[in-house]
Design a protein around this ligand. Structure first.
Ligand code: NAI
Length: 339
């Protein structure tokens, strides 16, 4: 397929030294919402990703070309291009291998993610419509909240255009895993990077289910009350940031970090690497919810294998039971919006 052919790596010169990048496949990544709180640090980290050869930055903000000009001065090989406003959107999207979407409004104190639905639903719908026309094979990574509803919206739009591939649309829940690793790393006194934990379900409140019983190393807490407190802290960690930012938005830096990591894993899959696994919120038949987050193995065509969620203990099964009605409601709301 035209859209997914990698871009050949070119040797480049830097002063007297002549060095070429490894003969790795490289890809065009487009960021929609690139001038925002998440978009900027995300784009910064993507500019450092050796698998990215072209970084297309798109936003409505008038200073978007400035963000692109700024990043373009970084001495990494990838090319950075800026696009502003809907007229330039098709060029930004054309031939993208991966589109990452952090476009939309963030929460203010007292708001739930679902409160963002009315504004963000049409943003994601319209962006996906353009992807359906200009890069129907692109991997679509949705950061915009409420993720639980935005992934169904994007899926319905792709269906309407006859280009739906459930293996290419992801809700980015990586920040929930990143937070879990960090908190458990602190409890156990180990490097958070060495902590492996699946977080399943969705990406809001009770739908966020950290599977602590599968965590490696096991969190060094025994009492149920402490397990409960850690679970709630992971579920409410986003709100912790929203409160601390006191009206100036939600997580942006840790989300930029998480989004760049997730994108890198998608690119590793595209490149043909095996056993690349991340949790993501995707079309699913793992539970009775039509979309569900759990570990996914990436490949050249997006999802290579849905790994399911394995064994849950009684406490986690209860969490799943609590999550299910909320998740289904969020999914239905998204689907209804497009229909
Ligand atoms: P922000 O307001 O700082 O940035 C959003 C950017 O999107 C702005 O630059 C704005 O101009 C742009 N934008 C708005 N409409 C657009 C359109 N139609 N096309 C292109 N760009 C458009 O918000 P922030 O903090 O970057 O958050 C973005 C979204 O990410 C929010 O919905 C937030 O809730 C969500 N989020 C998701 C997380 C996750 O774990 N999945 C974590 C944190 C935030």
């Amino acid at each position: 397929s035209r859209a997914l052919r990698p871009i050949a790596t070119v040797a480049f010169q830097n002063g007297a030294k002549n060095f070429s990048t490894s003969p790795e496949m490289q890809f065009k990544v487009m960021v929609a919402g690139a001038a925002g709180g998440i978009g900027q640090p995300l784009s910064l980290l993507l500019k450092m990703d050796p698998l990215v050869s072209t970084l297309a930055l798109y936003d409505l903000a008038p200073f978007t070309p400035g963000v692109a000009a700024d990043l373009s001065h970084m001495d990494t090989p990838s090319k950075v291009l800026g696009y502003r406003g809907p007229d330039e959107l098709p060029s930004a999207i054309a031939d993208a291998h991966v589109v990452v979407i952090p476009a939309g409004v963030p929460r203010k104190p007292g708001m739930t993610r679902d409160d963002l639905f009315n504004v963000n639903a049409s943003i994601v719908r319209d962006l996906t419509q353009c992807i359906a026309v200009h890069a129907p094979k692109a991997m679509i990574c949705i950061i915009t909240n409420p993720v639980n509803s935005m992934v169904p919206i994007a899926s319905e739009v792709m269906k309407k255009n006859g280009v739906y591939d459930p293996n290419r649309i992801f809700g980015v829940t990586t920040l929930d895993i990143v937070r879990s690793r960090t908190f458990i790393g602190q409890i156990n006194g180990v490097d958070p990077k060495t902590v492996k934990i699946p977080v399943i379900g969705g990406h809001s409140g009770v739908t966020i289910i950290p599977v602590l019983s599968q965590c490696k190393p096991a969190p060094q807490i025994q009492e149920q009350a402490k397990i409960d407190a850690l679970t709630k802290r992971i579920q409410e960690a986003g709100t912790e940031v929203v409160k601390a930012k006191a009206g100036a938005g939600s997580a942006t830096l840790s989300m930029g970090w998480s989004g760049a990591m997730f994108t890198h894993s998608v690119l590793r899959g595209l490149k043909g690497e095996e056993n690349v696994v991340e949790c993501a919120y995707v079309k699913s038949d793992v539970t009775e919810a039509k979309y569900f987050a759990n570990p996914i193995c990436f490949g050249k065509n997006g999802i290579a294998k849905n790994l399911g969620y394995g064994q849950l203990n009684a406490y986690e099964q209860k969490l799943l039971q609590i999550a299910m009605p909320e998740l289904k409601k969020n999914i239905e709301k998204g689907e209804k919006f497009v229909k």
